[in-house]
Design a protein around this ligand. Structure first.
Ligand code: GCO
Ligand code: MG
Length: 407
């Protein structure tokens, strides 16, 4: 079996999904997702200019060798652009492998360890009342876990993930302007207010609800340690990205002061970015995604290392990931002995379903994987013609005096 050609499509309903399609001489094709949020053209170009030409003529069943070829062969290794591009190829090869075998991808990893994988939704409120209402809404839909983000009194944009425009449906990160929005951040106001938010959530919803919170890299290690200790009593499922993720050893200080579960890793691109924190057991959940961390082959390696260090999975699932990478994660989640939770925000709009038809579904707060061969997601190229690339940015963040801070 040989790869004959491959194509990249950029665009989608409200998103710049980067979709790779790899064709073979036997008519079987595979699909991968290289969407690097708000930098989408870069992995697309990397694929077209450098990787696809090397793929032609290769046997798609040798996914390990092809992964090594692109990773070791690049010389300038890692980084989000090249790992998203390699990741898309890798997903597409597992898709082909599954289709050839007539098996869903999870069967190739070792079968199912569970029927449904618990997911969490994003509950966001521009103020506490709005947040509590949003949590209630998700609970009524069957969700057992929610990520809670709340507007902070006195902070213009209200904190990470809050639009500041009193419109909860628009809380998310992607900006449609021609230049990045600017947000203001104040750690002191945040640290003063958030414990009260957790207290009110527990008062209203009791101990069962799984409550997650994303600090989005905004605190210093000392602040995060003190915060974690203060809110320990509210029994969070996790505290995410308390400090900027590139400093693996910052977590030591946090760990010395609090037992709050820590989740980190959505910006990591390889095992090397998280190896020390996993081996030293400084985290509880690893947040990589199959897209940004080099596809199924490499993400699985991270999951296996995590498993022997009591670290569970909590794959990144922001809406920037297309249904293809969400399916790839769904297959890993079905198999992983150390599965923890899955962030799941694919809204299942009719436009998205038409572009990426699949039988995977989300019910009662669980992701249920279909038994279709491969990744179990298709791509409608006619539908794709409706969309094209539109430039977008994440916001940037400044402190009140103008100093740049971490988005
Ligand atoms: C999350 C993330 C996202 C990121 C986004 C960046 O936990 O879902 O923090 O909201 O901000 O994926 O592209
Ligand atoms: Mg996050």
């Amino acid at each position: 079996m040989k790869i004959t050609h491959a194509e990249v499509f950029v665009g989608g309903p409200g998103k710049n999904y980067v979709t790779l399609k790899i064709m073979t001489d036997e008519g079987v094709y595979g699909l991968g997702d290289a969407t690097l949020n708000n930098r989408e053209t870069l992995p697309a170009q990397y694929l077209t200019d450098y990787l696809i030409p090397c793929l032609i003529g290769k046997d798609p069943m040798n996914s390990e060798d092809i992964w090594q070829y692109f990773y070791r062969g690049a010389y300038f290794r890692r980084g989000p652009i090249s790992m998203a591009a390699i990741g898309a190829i890798d997903m597409a090869l597992w898709d082909i492998k599954g289709k050839v075998a007539g098996l869903p991808a999870y069967q190739l990893f070792g079968g199912k360890s569970r029927d449904g994988a618990m997911v969490y939704a994003h509950a966001t409120g521009s103020d506490l009342e709005a947040l509590l209402d949003t949590i209630e809404h998700y609970q009524s839909q069957g969700y057992k876990a929610v990520r809670v983000q709340c507007g902070i009194p006195g902070m213009p944009a209200g904190g990470y993930g809050i639009s500041g425009k009193n419109d909860d449906s628009k809380h998310f990160i992607t900006q449609y302007g021609t230049l990045p929005d600017e947000e203001i951040w104040d750690s002191e106001k945040y640290l003063r207010y958030m414990p009260h938010v957790f207290e009110k959530i527990r008062d209203r919803f009791g101990p069962e609800l799984k409550v997650l919170h994303d600090v989005h890299h905004r605190l210093t290690p000392r602040e995060a340690a003190a915060f974690g200790r203060e809110v320990e009593k509210y029994n969070l499922f996790w505290l995410e990205d308390p400090t900027p993720a590139e400093d693996q050893m910052a977590l030591k200080l946090i760990r010395e002061h609090t037992t709050i579960p820590i989740a980190i890793g959505e910006v990591f691109n390889s095992l090397w970015d998280c190896k020390d924190m996993i081996e030293q057991e400084l985290i509880d959940f690893i947040r990589v995604s199959v897209t940004y961390a080099g596809g199924i082959t490499h993400a699985k390696r991270i999951v296996e290392l995590a498993a022997i260090h009591h670290v569970r999975t909590g794959f990144h699932g922001a809406p920037s990931h297309s249904p293809i990478s969400m399916a790839a994660q769904g297959h890993l989640n079905a198999w992983a002995p150390n599965f923890g939770i899955q962030e799941y925000l694919v809204l299942g709009t009719p436009e998205c379903d038409a572009l990426f038809p699949s039988e995977h579904r989300c019910e009662d707060g669980q992701f249920l994987i279909s038994d279709a061969p491969g990744l179990g997601v298709d791509f409608d190229e006619n539908e794709a013609q409706r969309y094209s690339y539109e430039r977008r940015y994440h916001p940037v963040v400044r402190l009140e005096d103008g100093t740049m801070w971490n988005y």
